[in-house]
Ligand binder design. Structure first.
Ligand code: ZN
Length: 303
């Protein structure tokens, strides 16, 4: 039985239209709906007159045109990228070419990993290279706003959140989503790092961040209970996987069939990546075993 996670699947919006979210924050949603992106990528605009754009989104011309139309009488001074998935970063280059504004991010895809992401993985934007590399604690300042960067590896190794101190708001990318759990897919996704990054967010919740703006879905007005529930959900998944091992369910497809029985089959391949991610974490911490490095085709057992 999965933990009850307080997800919100309502979202009032129109593609390409600018919505005012708070005094400093506006949002435009790209038309790239999918089981992983919900209605699509939410691109945020922060400030007035001289603005930052966060996660310009996929390389969809109409979306870039909508951002440029919305900002026709303003200047883009900063382009911030939370991570290098193809629904987040490709339009950063297009927006940079159109505005000249520099791009900010942790680094290229895989740059948060010890091996720097040599393996090719589906969904990664390998072309993005930020002009300015950002680390935890760095501040990024504009005319009427200041961001503090918070590195949150897990969903990807280069995932970074941006905290808007003026409004105690955290632009949390795909690290925490209000409508669904996030995919943690190896090799770039890392469950141990994801657990740690959730704890990083929990430690900041309320005192530093009182609202979350995820890239997909509605703002999260009460981040602490959501992050706590996401942590509990991941702990519970590992308990379910351990139960599979006790019942001699040894392969990832068989575990997915049992644990994700109520989830549409179209999501099972992503679920398999997440289960692998949990098993890598469990093998590394002595709670599961297999022959050789853990893979999707491995046979797992209790140690
Ligand atoms: Zn992503």
């Amino acid at each position: 039985m999965a933990a009850i996670t307080p997800f919100n699947r309502t979202l009032d919006f129109r593609y390409g239209e600018v919505a005012t979210i708070s005094p400093l924050v506006r949002r435009i949603i790209a038309r790239n709906p999918s089981p992983f992106t919900f209605h699509g990528t939410g691109t945020y605009i922060v400030g007035h007159g001289e603005v930052a754009v966060i996660d310009p989104g996929p390389a969809i011309e109409a979306h870039v045109a909508a951002i440029r139309t919305a900002l026709a009488n303003e200047t883009v001074t900063h382009i911030l990228v939370t991570h290098t998935h193809r629904d987040h970063s490709p339009a950063a280059v297009l927006l940079h070419e159109a505005t000249g504004a520099p791009t900010y991010g942790f680094g290229p895809h895989g740059s948060g990993r010890p091996d720097s992401g040599a393996e090719v993985e589906e969904g990664g934007d390998y072309s993005f290279q930020p002009h300015v590399q950002v680390r935890t604690g760095n501040t990024i300042e504009g005319r009427d706003w200041t961001f503090e960067a918070v590195h949150t590896p897990g969903h990807t190794s280069n995932h970074i959140c941006y905290a808007l101190s003026n409004e105690k708001a955290l632009f949390c990318g795909d690290h925490v989503m209000g409508w669904s759990t996030t995919v943690v897919s190896p090799p770039d996704g890392d469950m141990r790092a994801y657990f740690e990054s959730l704890r990083t967010c929990l430690a900041r919740a309320d005192t530093k961040d009182s609202v979350y703006y995820p890239t997909h879905g509605a703002p999260v007005d009460a981040p602490r209970p959501l992050v706590a529930a996401l942590l509990a959900h991941r702990v519970e998944r590992e308990i379910e996987i351990a139960a599979c091992l006790r019942d001699r369910i040894t392969t990832i497809p068989a575990m997915v069939s049992r644990i994700y029985a109520s989830v549409p089959a179209v999501l099972h391949p992503a679920a398999a990546r997440t289960v692998l991610s949990h098993l890598i974490h469990m093998v590394a911490t002595g709670r599961a075993a297999c022959d050789g490095p853990p893979r999707e085709t491995s046979s797992f057992r209790l140690p």
